[in-house]
Write a protein that binds this ligand. Structure first.
Ligand SMILES: [Zn+2]
Length: 308
């Protein structure tokens, strides 16, 4: 397996208020884990700046301009109760999109079998017309549409194991049967959506988990809901909204996963990518707010991507 890693120093310059969980140190902690010799085989590439026009794959132009107008010359501007922008946030967000789209291009050109994108800000809470939950633009949604437009595929699956429901991704694809959106998440929890009854046009599969559950329920949700849905849909590309805040150490939720669970889930998705998508799998960092829990879990995920 050739596993590519995209990251960029600009991601550290998207700043949030003191004490905010979604902070630059997250990527610094992950960088330290990836310094280990176990990751010597990673194909490390600096993330490219994205094409602004691709934002319109998932968001209206009025929204793009609204976000652009909020970027301050200095200091921080709040765009939502828990989402802020700083002077370099536009460049960081556009580079997160650039990396996601480049990752898609790489798995189609054969430059990589799979790709992990270590970027900020995250994306899965960004709805068509609304920034929220630390997210400005929906990186996974844009990358899915990019795959369809640039590489001519019909079916993309987005699997979201962040502990929060990806309301933004669900919103964007609510009526789009060409994209399967599958999510495991704690419920009840922010943002409140993600009930089993929310099914879009049959393309949305929500597998909510009760607080204080762990590996057993997570794996059961995969085995009974997520994986069978992938088998029925036969995606030509799998995109992972890879948040690691379902780790037991995470301060924002009460799901008790450990590194082994992310390794296991990665292996299951790779099996499906092998069956239906010529191994093509693109994984994008979403949440994960305990530095140790997030970085070790992401490390286990990336190691599995490298090993097959
Ligand atoms: Zn999350």
């Amino acid at each position: 397996m050739v596993t590519r890693l995209y990251t960029h120093p600009i991601y550290l310059e998207h700043l949030t208020p003191a004490g905010h969980p979604e902070r630059p140190d997250r990527l610094r902690a992950l960088g330290k884990v990836l310094d280990d010799h176990a990751f010597d085989g990673l194909d490390r590439v600096q993330a490219p700046m994205g094409d602004e026009a691709t934002i319109l794959y998932a968001h209206p132009e009025t929204y793009l301009e609204r976000v652009r107008m909020t970027i301050p010359q200095q200091g921080l501007t709040r765009v939502d109760s828990d989402t802020t922008v700083s002077p370099k946030s536009w460049e960081a967000a556009l580079t997160a999109i650039g990396a996601a789209n480049a990752a898609v291009d790489d798995v189609f050109s054969g430059k990589a079998d799979n790709v992990f994108v270590a970027s900020r800000p995250p994306g899965h809470h960004a709805e068509r017309d609304r920034a929220m939950g630390f997210c400005l633009f929906n990186n996974a949604a844009i990358a899915a549409r990019h795959a369809q437009k640039a590489h001519g595929i019909a079916r993309v699956a987005i699997v979201d194991w962040d502990v929060h429901h990806g309301n933004g991704t669900q919103d964007i694809f609510w009526e789009d049967s060409s994209v399967l959106y599958c999510s495991t998440h704690q419920m009840p929890l922010y943002p409140g959506s993600g009930a089993k009854s929310e099914t879009g046009v049959g393309n949305i599969v929500n597998a909510p988990l009760d607080p204080d559950t762990g590996s057993e329920h997570f794996r059961e949700a995969f085995n009974t809901r997520i994986l069978p849905s992938l088998d029925a849909f036969q995606p030509e590309l799998i995109i992972v909204s890879a948040g690691f805040d379902a780790h037991h150490r995470d301060p924002l939720a009460e799901i008790n996963l450990n590194e082994d669970d992310f390794d296991w889930a990665t292996g299951k998705l790779m099996e499906r990518a092998g069956s239906y998508a010529s191994n093509r799998l693109v994984s994008l960092l979403e949440g994960g707010y305990d530095l140790k829990g997030m970085s070790l879990s992401a490390g286990a995920h990336i190691k599995r991507l490298m090993e097959g």
